[in-house]
Design a protein around this ligand. Structure first.
Ligand SMILES: [Zn+2]
Length: 449
């Protein structure tokens, strides 16, 4: 066993460290020391080969007995996930059959979101949802709530601290039962921004349903708090025709050139703005995003063909995003995406991109984009990454069958994904979730807090 040392929590097992799009490192017998007190509490003090780290810190290794902290033979540790675009109020409808974006919103999504006007219902749903997300290994992200302030309050109460949440703003082109007046929408944004500070993310649903004055007020509230903004952009071609048709009839937008330009004119582009989807963009739009430092959450399971339980919107062109230098990360977009597990999202990213010949769409890249790049999109550079100095945000899994050598982690990642029996079972892969060095979910335990 490891000699106890009160300064550290000690984790021993096989680790995968995500380093870049091209590189993930497999450490078959690794040791991680996490500061257990002081100002670095929860941060990784040392990480590497067990023998080397133990020697450097004078920890005595005695074989065969369980170590201090968490060590079970057959454990595989990965960095925890950040999901940068999802709708918690669509959890109940995510697995339903889909046809296309606009029908999905009108027939399925909007009636479901309307239920969240009821505070007691919202509170029950929130408790269940935010407990379950930690069981999937997702420890932070960007989230849309319904229009209702009571549902936002419930989500803020139950969600872990590293989820930024906003109520959608809908003031036109939507059913009466989900439509706010412009004055009400602006008042809610301003009061929630005051109440929740940076955790409140201004969230116009998308330009077709949100009046320009409301988007402008939301952008100003976000900027005053140095907080994030989010909305949807360029998801389907029908949506783009619709939005331009609406806006070219509005005063001040008669000559608007593109969907992205609408957001530019209301002050929504910028480094703390995250746009969902961005599948169908022109070169001018890519330039606007790049020049403003705007960021993208890409949702491959939601955009996948309808026979794969997506909305059939298309495939995100990540090579173009990277050529323009636009930061992007992976996201589940539930309920557009059918499963909340980022394993399902990563798998979808790999198979869809490989199917069209993008050979660099590896599991290594998917892992990078589902973990540290998601955290980075939220300006959290020391989260979702296993390296010295970063917080210990990690998930514990079972090792896949096979023989794997130290070094390049792509073979073990590929084996792990190949051994997942079906999409639904991605919901039970995580055995334990750690957030900043604290266990926040353990499979088989009666509760998780
Ligand atoms: Zn969405």
């Amino acid at each position: 066993m490891l000699e106890t040392d009160p300064r550290f929590k000690v984790f021993r097992g096989a680790f995968i460290q995500s380093i870049s799009d091209q590189r993930a490192e497999f450490i078959p017998d690794g040791l991680v020391l996490v500061a257990s007190a002081g100002e670095d509490c929860g941060r990784i003090v040392a990480m590497g080969e067990t023998a080397r780290v133990a020697a450097a810190y004078g920890l005595e290794l005695k074989d065969e007995s369980p170590g201090q902290g968490t060590h079970v033979a057959g454990d595989l540790w990965l960095p925890a996930f950040f999901d940068t675009h999802f709708h918690w109020v669509q959890d109940a409808v995510r697995e339903m059959a889909k046809y296309s974006l606009i029908e999905w919103l009108n027939n399925i999504t909007f009636p479901e979101e309307a239920k969240f006007a009821d505070a007691a219902f919202a509170d029950r749903q929130a408790k269940q949802f935010w407990e379950s997300i930690l069981s999937l290994g997702t420890v932070g992200g960007l989230c849309y709530s319904s229009i209702h302030e009571v549902a936002l309050d419930a989500a803020m109460q139950w969600a872990p601290a590293d989820f930024y949440i906003g109520n959608v703003l809908m003031t036109m082109e939507c059913p009466d039962y989900l439509q706010q007046s412009e004055a009400d929408a602006i008042a809610i944004v301003q009061s929630c921004a005051r109440r929740y500070g940076r955790r409140y993310i201004a969230s116009p649903r998308f330009a077709p349903t949100t009046a320009p004055a409301v988007m402008r007020a939301a952008a100003e509230a976000a900027q005053a708090n140095a907080a994030f903004q989010q909305t949807h952009l360029g998801e389907t071609l029908a949506e783009i025709d619709w939005v331009l048709d609406i806006y070219r009839k509005l005063p001040g937008f008669e000559d608007v050139g593109s969907y992205t330009e609408i957001y530019q004119r209301v002050g929504m582009l910028g480094e703390q703005s995250v746009f969902g989807h961005c599948i169908h963009l022109t070169a001018d739009e890519w330039r606007l995003l790049a020049e403003s430092g705007s960021r993208i959450a890409s949702c491959p399971t939601s955009n996948a063909p309808v026979e794969n339980m997506g909305l059939g919107s298309g495939l995100f062109d990540y090579p173009t995003a990277e050529a323009y230098g636009v930061p992007w990360s992976l996201a589940s977009d539930i309920g557009g995406g059918p499963y909340l597990s980022m394993f399902d999202v990563m798998h979808s990213f790999v198979w869809q991109n490989r199917a069209i010949g993008r050979a660099d769409a590896t599991y290594t890249k998917a892992l990078h984009r589902a973990t540290s790049q998601g955290a980075k999109l939220m300006d959290l550079p020391d989260r979702g990454v296993l390296r010295e100095g970063a917080f210990f945000d990690a998930i514990r899994l079972r090792m896949p069958q096979g023989q794997f050598t130290a070094g390049d982690a792509e073979p073990i990642l590929a084996a792990f994904f190949e051994q997942i029996p079906d999409r639904k079972s991605t919901e039970t892969l995580v055995q334990e979730t750690f957030v900043k060095g604290e266990s926040r979910f353990k499979r088989g335990a009666s509760t998780c807090d």
